[in-house]
Design a protein around this ligand. Sequence first.
Ligand SMILES: [Zn+2]
Ligand SMILES: [Zn+2]
Length: 367
Amino acid sequence: MEKLDLYKVLEVSKEASQDEIRRSYRRLARKFHPDANPGDKKAEDRFKEVQHAYEVLSKPEKRREYDEGPRTFFGSGTTGQPAGAGFGDFSDLLGGFGNLGDVFGRTGAQRTQSKGENVTVNVRLSFKDALDGVTTRVGVPVEESCGDCGGTGAAPGTVPRTCPDCGGRGVQSRDQGFFALSTPCSGCGGEGRIIEKPCKVCGGVGRVRRTRQVKVRIPAGARDKMKVRIPGRGNAGKSGGPAGDLYVKTLVEKHPVFERKGDDFVVGVPVSFVEAALGAEIGVPRPGGGTVKLRLPAGTQDGKQFKVRGAGAPRAKADGGERGDLIVRVGVVVPKKLKRREREILEALAEEREEDVREDLFKKVGT
Ligand SMILES: [Zn+2]
Ligand SMILES: [Zn+2]
């Protein structure tokens, strides 16, 4: 089978620059375009060859591969028998390159406009800030629309040109009897526009990576690992699509005393064995600062829990508003040392009380 020299097809030398290749391709593609040569089978075949040659030689990586071993670039006899090749073969030919996407069924009417990605950042909060709420700034690494080129990717002072080959649609389609064949435009790589001079700042991408300072309002009563959503402050959209959202995840500092349980706080409070036995009014620390009074009844047992209503974390309006509770878990403290007088009193108490505190235990064991 005769091998096709892609350089010859494009009428350029092996040393041709990418620019020369592109220029030559444009010229030949116009010359042999089926619209310009209705019914001319030879022109049609030449057009396909030109397309194919350009597809390979316009991509430096493929061009290198081709230069090193052109064999791998030849499909099943397409170039050998141009007379028999219809557009169906054209699609086979292009299909072999993998990166052309769907050969069939792409209308090209919708250009690839897409929403920017969502971005999540952590924000560390002190216990108090989380409880009271705070407005803070967070550094958000985002892809932003490039300010130098206004997101177009073209160097300042220049604008991307609408691709002349596809009229900006990004695809080339051809009616072929009962179906239309579409292929991504090789003149612009499917972008629909051509950037002659890429913006130096973003390299032609139209987006740049930077850290944006975003003001975030953390609501009072914020929990640990809560996500606050800020719409539209994520990555910039592509091709004019909407920006993604920003999620600020709270990392709340642990408090040495207060443990958060939903909207409640739990606090362990030591009480003396005398307070527990006689009952007392004690002061309990509040999560937000200050103290709250708690009435212990006589005979309070170790581990007993009391609820101080409304002394917990502020609750979101959606959850009923107001505040959670403060749960006080009593821990009875037994003195480690006794003064002589105290010991005498307790010994007198022991004589006075004839209670057997383990009676119930033994009853349960059945001894
Ligand atoms: Zn194009
Ligand atoms: Zn730019």
